[in-house]
Design a protein around this ligand. Structure first.
Ligand code: IPE
Ligand code: IPE
Ligand code: MG
Length: 252
């Protein structure tokens, strides 16, 4: 294992967010859950802007999980409607801001007009390079791993327990060339991954906040990043201070 140990005093390259708590936000205001989802969409806009300003290169949002189909049809329809509206409203803005939009998940189960909107947004913004925004829609981490394995099996690729096999497998995941997740944020006080980027978050720093997603804002993002920069990422190695002490012991 190569030595990647470091105090991560630089900002994260890839932030992934499990946007949770829209329903509770609405409930606290005696509003329908859908009002929380609508407010949550505004937060996405705020956070993308803040991420760009903070110099983050990749931000990935969990918008709809493969398990979210279990919700009442009305709520699922409302979420699809919001996605449709969001893509129609934001595609041009993304392009103007030099942002690349990427959508991961099983799009074959989505309404076909949404698939068309996704494809045109991805095509229009494909060459942009200020920030890569990835939306996980109908995404599940376990199914992502299975589809990668199935694809490699179809191609007759044999994998071993080595770095190049891991790299090849990683590229076959829906996240493709995206770097691994450095910082995984979940709002609303829940402390679980809910089948999000399982492989990709293998060494992510986890950050949980009680803020409900519609209340999350630029300050909350800054707090999460500042917490991240104080973490000591060891990747199974030793803390930087201990490593230094060991080296010195070795020299003397
Ligand atoms: C997150 O908010 C949005 C989606 C999962 C689509 P929730 O709808 O899960 O909100 P809570 O957890 O019920 O408060
Ligand atoms: C995770 O939130 C999925 C998304 C944010 C899209 P959920 O609200 O669906 O997760 P659980 O059911 O509480 O684990
Ligand atoms: Mg939830």
């Amino acid at each position: 294992m190569n030595d990647k140990s470091a105090i991560s005093n630089h900002g994260p390259h890839h932030v992934a967010i499990i946007m949770d708590g829209n329903g509770r936000w609405a409930k606290a205001r005696h509003l329908p859950r859908t009002a929380g989802h609508r407010e949550g969409v505004k937060t996405i806009k705020t956070v993308i802007k803040a991420a760009g300003e903070a110099g983050i290169e990749n931000i990935t949002f969990f918008g709809f999980s493969t398990e979210n189909w279990k919700r009442p049809a009305d709520e699922v329809n409302e979420l699809m409607g919001l996605l449709r509206m969001y893509l129609k409203a934001e595609t041009k803005n993304f392009h103007k801001e030099n942002i690349k939009l990427n959508v991961i998940g099983f799009r074959e189960d989505l309404p076909s007009d949404i698939v068309t909107l996704i494809e045109s947004a991805e095509n229009l913004t494909a060459a942009n390079d200020k920030l890569i925004v990835t939306m996980a829609i109908n995404y599940g981490g376990q199914d992502d791993i299975v589809q990668a394995a199935a694809k490699l099996a179809r191609e007759g690729v044999e994998l071993g327990r080595d770095e190049s096999s891991r790299a090849l497998f990683e590229q076959s995941l829906m996240t493709g060339d995206l770097p691994p997740v450095d910082l995984l944020i979940r709002t609303s006080g829940e402390q679980r991954i809910s089948n999000f980027l399982l492989w990709q978050s293998a060494y992510a720093e986890l950050y949980f906040t009680d803020a409900l997603w519609p209340d999350f804002d630029e300050d909350e993002l800054k707090k999460a990043i500042s917490c991240y920069t104080r973490r000591d990422r060891r990747y199974g190695g030793l803390a930087l201070v201990k490593q230094q002490a060991q080296k010195e012991k070795h020299i003397s």
